[in-house]
Design a protein around this ligand. Structure first.
Ligand code: HPA
Length: 265
């Protein structure tokens, strides 16, 4: 059975309008939703097997207000397998289910001086420093995806408005995708900054490309878990990423819930 068939069989008639991918340490969102049903990735052929601690590995179908949503709790990263297309089946399944929009979250290191750990950056664009694409090998001409305004201006405005209304200020900026799993060098962060990056991270961009290829609208939120390499005296670690993601978690959850609730109305 395809993942689409499994989902349709377990939850007949449920058509999510918007999907969310939850990054490191952000898995708790579905606890705040009603009418939630989880399907482990293991039951969905081609979905990732997340092996990074802080990632759960399940698809949750639920409602926020009147809006039916699909949550991907856990993602695959390029650094796990060396494959940039590890989220292909998941993103395409969400599109086939009827999701019009995909909201991506991640943990990232901040380059701007005013981005303290625990702050949130709304992604306005990205830099792909990996040389990889999830569309390598894609057979037809639709692989030449246009990425102007890939981060949907109207969705960005909605998130900014909700942030403002809730007293959650959002930074805005460009996310630079590095392959990882090692953190960036001081020189890499300096170069990224010169080239226009405001944050650095190891995820999200492949899902953005896949979602645009599938004609979904995209929004992205980075949780700034640390100042990027060389911008503070702290030693970076995944423990620290999870700890600071937890600090911002409540704000991000409230922001996403308000956005999702409003989305369908
Ligand atoms: N670099 C890359 N990925 C990250 C970082 C970082 O500084 N922080 C959290 N994820």
């Amino acid at each position: 059975m395809t993942p689409l068939e499994v989902i349709r069989r377990r939850r007949p008639g449920f058509q999510p309008q918007v999907a969310v991918v939850l990054g490191s340490g952000l898995g708790g969102l579905s606890d705040q939703m009603v009418d939630a049903m989880a399907i482990p990735y293991g039951d969905l052929k081609g979905f990732p097997r997340p092996d990074v601690s802080g990632h759960q590995g399940q698809l949750v179908l639920a409602k926020v207000g009147q809006t039916p949503v699909a949550l991907l709790e856990g993602r695959a990263h390029l650094y796990e397998t060396g494959r940039a297309d590890a989220m292909k089946v998941a993103v395409r399944t969400l599109a086939a289910l009827g999701c019009e929009a995909l909201v991506l979250t991640n943990a990232a290191g901040g380059l701007d001086n005013d981005m303290e750990p625990g702050s949130i950056m709304l992604m306005t664009d990205h830099l792909n420093f990996t040389g990889q694409s999830p569309l390598f090998g894609e057979p037809s001409d639709d692989r030449f995806v246009d990425l102007v305004d890939a981060y949907d201006p109207a969705l960005r405005q909605q998130l900014l408005d909700h942030g403002k209304a809730m007293g959650v200020p959002l930074h805005q900026g460009v996310y630079a995708w590095f392959a990882g799993p090692q953190f960036e060098t001081v020189a890499e962060v300096r170069a990224a900054g010169i080239l226009g990056a405001n944050a650095v991270g190891m995820s999200t961009v492949p899902e953005v490309i896949l979602a645009r290829h599938a004609n979904m609208r995209v929004a992205g939120l980075s949780i700034i878990t640390n100042k990027a390499t060389g911008m503070s005296n702290l030693t970076l670690s995944h423990e620290q990423t999870k700890k600071h993601a937890a600090l911002a978690m409540d704000k991000v959850q409230q922001l996403l819930l308000a956005f999702l609730k409003d989305y369908g109305s």
